[in-house]
Design a protein around this ligand. Structure first.
Ligand SMILES: [Fe+2]
Length: 268
């Protein structure tokens, strides 16, 4: 790891430890988001590893990955939830904290702006068109890296026998069979499902599955395939004809592009 990224990794861990030390509950969820951030950094490194990026640009992308969820810590501390709709947009909270704490002060202004833009864009439903190259690249890689790890984390929380944490499960209703038809329709229509439409835990599984349609880089789709995350997720949906049909569609779509050779091929 470059000296710069390593220095920021330590700085990020100090920031999290300081936020955590002020909390009186949900300490495990501070650890969850800390470890998630570090894995997103690792995922981002894997996604760009074959892309032959300029080293400065690669480092900037990695800093965006490391800091993307900075806002989760003040969000948890202040509001006790990860639900943005009940608290505040955690992308914006992250930018505020990074500025207030001066965590990026050693970076040149242009670079700092790219990292802050990545943080603010990482949780937008869609990316704006016509972004500057470095912002577009950073946002796309970090969004992919984030989704790959959220999938892993959520699988651990939704698998049978797991202890469900209400905060992590975004306070959704537990019901083995229930789901929201509009969420299924979004995935069937090959669109990313909308968080706002979710009501049941099964909706969350459908939303996660819809990310097959929102991964930007061919290398991210390869990681999704190689890690078997989609297969694992589809196993957890109720055994019904509509879900079996959806599983076939998703598997077909995910495997269709595996012969693409450029790791940074955008999905659209
Ligand atoms: Fe996030």
């Amino acid at each position: 790891m470059s000296e710069l990224v390593e220095r920021h990794r330590r700085r990020f861990l100090d920031y999290v430890a300081e936020q955590r030390s002020r909390a009186t509950s949900q300490l495990a969820n501070f650890d969850l988001k800390r470890d998630h951030s570090l894995r997103v950094l690792d995922n981002a490194r894997l996604i760009i590893s074959q892309a032959g990026l300029d080293e400065i640009i690669a480092e900037t992308v990695l800093l965006g990955a490391l800091y993307h969820d900075t806002g989760r810590f003040p969000q948890l501390l202040r509001y006790g939830t990860f639900k943005d709709s009940k608290s505040d947009n955690h992308g914006r909270m992250g930018v505020r904290s990074l500025r207030e704490e001066g965590l990026l002060d050693d970076l040149a202004l242009a670079r700092r702006k790219v990292v802050l833009s990545t943080v603010i864009l990482h949780n937008r439903r869609d990316l704006p068109r016509e972004l500057p190259y470095e912002v577009d690249l950073g946002a796309r890689v970090v969004r992919d890296a984030d989704k790959l790890d959220i999938l892993r984390v959520m699988l651990d929380h939704v698998c049978p026998g797991a202890t469900r944490d209400r905060t992590v499960m975004l306070e959704l209703e537990e019901d083995a069979e229930a789901y929201t038809p509009v969420v299924l329709e979004q995935v069937r229509g090959r669109r990313q499902a909308n968080y706002m439409d979710m009501r049941f835990v099964n909706d969350f599984k459908l939303l996660l599955a819809s990310w097959v349609y929102d991964l930007n880089c061919a290398s991210s789709r390869a990681l999704l395939r190689d890690r078997g995350l989609l297969d694992e997720l589809l196993e957890l949906l109720p055994d019904r004809p509509e879900f079996r049909a959806l599983a076939a569609q998703l598997q077909g779509d995910l495997h269709r592009d595996q012969d693409e050779n450029s790791p940074m091929t955008w999905a659209r």
